[in-house]
Design a protein around this ligand. Structure first.
Ligand code: BES
Ligand code: ZN
Ligand code: ZN
Length: 477
């Protein structure tokens, strides 16, 4: 699907005109003339009231049809974006012409661009039959060209993440994933370094190797470096890249394993965000590190009670092989720290406990300090993604004391699991500003609604891009 900007007197031939309508059939400011040409009796007959999420197709002069989308009480960024997602899935012509509600040309352009591209995302690689969307072109009447292009970059990055996360583990091995990352990043000014098993062994990434031990598919670690001219700050990103999480010898029950192809969502998110940051040419250095491996089972698999040596920081007694994300992140954090970023953000589908706490629409943020948490939350709110701060409660560190190593990977208690995992990671994140985003809850959308589509959500990409934008503007990560 393509989004483009068109002049204020658009050609409506064979197109569907999309008009936003507020509660009680109030046209959005700017749409009065177009709305007046809609047959009010047709609307009444359809029972359309302009409620959020509602839509109706009616005849319209010159065009094939008009699609009226309900915006509820107010046309704001979120409602316009969601309504645009509904519109692209409803319209039956290949061209959709969208009137922009007056929430500011820039905001409206961004909302409709993102909503159309995100809401129109489809993953049909494994479907036999066609039955895709009709819309191939979305035209924004009087939109802002730059804003449209920037929003497209970010939406495409989100969709790239979604496609990777939706891909079955059988078709996305660590080496497949690493080469696809390399291919994508190579189309930008990003420098790519892919570490294979011998390199990972030479560098001493004992925690990543411990997780990879039970798998026939070799691990990888990918380092992306974006170094634009004029950058004064440096953002470090780390993403959990478990291409399939069986749990290892501490095997998951069948129901807990169903979604575990999504356990590389953190890696997909940080990579796609880094690529978007480079495409937008934001003046901020980014180093993005993704440890990638299966968590599988064989006679060589790491056993509960084994001790791993990460590249940097405390030795780890593995008492539960299903708490593997924190192990690969320990090595990922160790590598990113070598590049001395001003701020580190890791993204991971880390704990079922985060999902229990916040449900499947909200991601957890833990941070070394409140100022860093605030930066992430502010970026998330500009991006329209939902994050909530949770406490990095250091007293829980005691529950991770190991008898024979420096730390163990689980506390043994069922409670506060997302916090305990964050406290574990803090041991490897260094002394500088650091934020940990646990996206285990919202990595997968349970339903199609507005700009969300069932399956991988791509959450985090837009927040990271906004964070980089702010870091670039402030001159500090
Ligand atoms: N990948 C899982 C976390 C997860 C659970 C992601 C549900 C998405 C949906 C992670 O590796 C895991 O298994 N964590 C364990 C940790 C426990 C053993 C301390 C968990 O949350 O149960
Ligand atoms: Zn696990
Ligand atoms: Zn996992």
């Amino acid at each position: 699907m393509e989004v483009r900007v068109v002049p204020s007197e658009p050609d409506l031939t064979d197109a569907t005109l999309v008009i936003g309508v507020l509660r009680e059939l109030q046209p959005t400011p700017g749409s009065e003339t177009a709305f007046a040409r809609v047959d009010s009796l047709a609307l009444e007959a359809a029972g359309f009231e302009g409620k959020k999420g509602e839509s109706v197709v009616v005849p319209y002069p010159e065009a094939r049809a008009a699609l009226l989308v309900g915006l509820g009480e107010e046309a704001d960024f979120d409602t316009v974006r969601a309504a645009s997602g509904v519109a692209v899935r409803t319209v039956k012509t290949s061209r959709l012409v969208s009137l922009l509600p007056t929430i500011g040309i820039e905001q409206a352009t961004r909302a409709v661009t993102e909503g159309s591209l995100l809401g129109g995302f489809q993953f049909r690689d494994y479907k036999t039959n066609g039955d895709g969307l009709s819309v191939t072109v979305v035209e924004l009447v009087g939109g802002d060209e730059t804003e449209m292009q920037e929003a497209s970059v970010v939406a495409e990055a989100t969709n790239r993440t979604r496609a990777w996360v939706n891909t079955p583990a059988m078709d996305l091995s660590p080496s497949d994933f690493a080469s696809q990352i390399e291919e994508l990043a190579s189309s930008t000014s990003i420098e790519v370094d892919v570490w294979d098993r011998p390199r990972i062994e030479d560098e001493g990434l004992g925690a990543l190797l411990g997780v990879a031990a039970g798998s026939d598919r070799d691990p990888r670690l990918v380092v992306l470096s974006y170094r634009p001219d004029g950058a004064t700050s440096h953002l470090g990103l780390v993403g959990k890249g478990i291409t399939f999480d069986s749990g290892g010898l501490s095997i998951k029950p069948a129901s807990g394993m169903e979604d575990m192809k999504d356990d590389m969502a953190g890696a997909a998110t940080v990579v796609a965000a880094t690529v978007a940051i480079a495409q937008l040419q934001l003046p901020i250095n980014v180093t993005c590190v993704t440890p990638i491996t299966d968590n599988a089972i064989s006679g060589d698999a790491t056993r509960p009670g084994d001790v791993l040596r990460p590249v940097e920081g405390p030795t780890i007694e593995v008492l539960n092989t299903d708490a593997e994300g924190r192990l690969v992140l320990a090595d990922g954090l160790g590598i990113v720290r070598r590049h001395q970023p001003d701020m580190i953000v890791d993204v991971a589908t880390l704990t079922g406990a985060a999902r229990v706490a916040l449900g499947d629409r909200i991601a957890a943020v833990f941070a070394s300090d409140d100022e860093t948490a605030e930066k992430v939350l502010a970026a998330a709110s500009r991006a329209g993604e939902h994050f909530w701060q949770m406490p990095l409660f250091k007293d829980y560190r005691k529950s991770l004391d190991s008898n024979i190593a420096d730390i163990k990977n689980v506390s043994g208690s069922r409670y506060g699991g997302a916090i305990v995992a964050a406290v574990f990671l803090a041991e490897y994140a260094g002394d500088g500003p650091w934020a940990h985003l646990d996206i285990a809850g919202p990595a997968m959308s349970r339903e199609t609604n507005g700009d969300h589509v069932k399956g991988a959500s791509g959450i985090g990409v837009r927040t990271l891009v906004e964070l980089a934008r702010a870091g670039a503007a402030m001159g500090s990560g």
